[in-house]
Write a protein that binds this ligand. Structure first.
Ligand SMILES: NC(=O)c1ccc[n+]([C@@H]2O[C@H](COP(=O)([O-])OP(=O)(O)OC[C@H]3O[C@@H](n4cnc5c(N)ncnc54)[C@H](OP(=O)(O)O)[C@@H]3O)[C@@H](O)[C@H]2O)c1
Length: 246
């Protein structure tokens, strides 16, 4: 298994050598899940040339090393959907061009049928599906928002679910996909593109056996946002912009 992973990693790195890295500049970008993994790498890559509004769960320790006046860090636990008026005011006044919903919670290790607890299920759905929706509801009126990226997962696919389990994570991300597709019809009229992006099999706190680095995954997400192809809005895509079946 170790050898196969190493070969896959090398193959992906080789392929990556030939892909063009895009930049985003002078944008105002909200990024959730900013303290770790893909979200943290997005912040690091974007903070020099853009204004970042970084949302974190409890800790912001990894962001403390970023010495930039271009970043504002706000703590918000998405298991609680009470977005108070001062929080709403702050994100509306930030006036973002781009919202990246990257935060998610996998939930407990044990998610088999007999272990499913509805309260825990609701909490994961709040974080992974309802919080992104609430942020979009709050921000859709803001004048300059034109791109939303909802970071989803291959585990959300009904078609590719060949092994079951992981009730909380799978179902919450499937709901996020369904919400994203619906939002496309509402947001298209407002010239806001919405991308549902599978970030790849990424080595992070959530996925210790991931194959690619958060650095690589975040660059590919930036490439998608920089090209901002309206033909991909409302679609599910992988990190190379390939359209996937929901
Ligand atoms: N890694 C992969 O292979 C992979 C594959 C498919 C999809 N994804 C998706 O990629 C995105 C980024 O994940 P990652 O791999 O970078 O994992 P990660 O490092 O665990 O990042 C998840 C982030 O979400 C935040 N979060 C968790 N619970 C939260 C809550 N209650 N309120 C607010 N924020 C909360 C976490 O903050 P704390 O750490 O402070 O709790 C963390 O910063 C997620 O949407 C994930 O589903 C990842």
């Amino acid at each position: 298994m170790g050898i196969i992973k190493t070969i896959k990693r090398r193959f992906i790195s080789m392929n990556n050598l030939f892909s063009k890295n895009h930049l985003l500049k002078d944008k105002r970008i909200i990024i959730t899940g900013s303290n770790t993994g893909i979200g943290l790498e997005l912040v690091k890559k974007l903070v020099n040339d853009n204004n970042i509004f970084a949302l974190v769960n409890h800790k912001k320790n990894n962001l403390d090393e970023i010495r930039s006046k271009n970043i504002r860090i706000i703590q918000k636990d998405f298991s609680d959907l009470d977005f108070n008026p001062s929080f709403k005011k702050e994100i509306i006044e930030f006036n973002p061009n781009i919202l990246i919903n990257c935060a998610a919670n996998f939930g407990p290790t044990n998610q088999n049928l007999e272990q499913v607890e509805i309260d825990e299920f609701k909490k994961i759905i709040n974080i992974n599906a309802f919080a992104p929706l609430r942020l979009i509801q709050i921000l859709e009126q803001s004048k300059n928002l034109n791109i939303i990226a909802n970071i989803t997962s291959g585990m959300a696919s009904l078609k590719n679910n060949k092994s079951g389990g992981y009730y909380y994570y799978r179902a919450s991300k499937t709901l996020l996909n369904s919400i994203s597709r619906n939002l496309f019809f509402d947001l298209d009229k407002k010239n806001i593109n919405i991308f549902s992006i599978q970030p790849g099999n990424v080595k992070t706190k959530m996925n210790s056996s991931g194959i690619i680095t958060p650095d690589m995954s975040s660059q590919k997400i930036i490439n998608i946002l920089s090209v901002n192809d309206a033909n991909l809005s409302g679609k599910l895509i992988d990190n190379n912009s390939k359209i996937l079946a929901w």
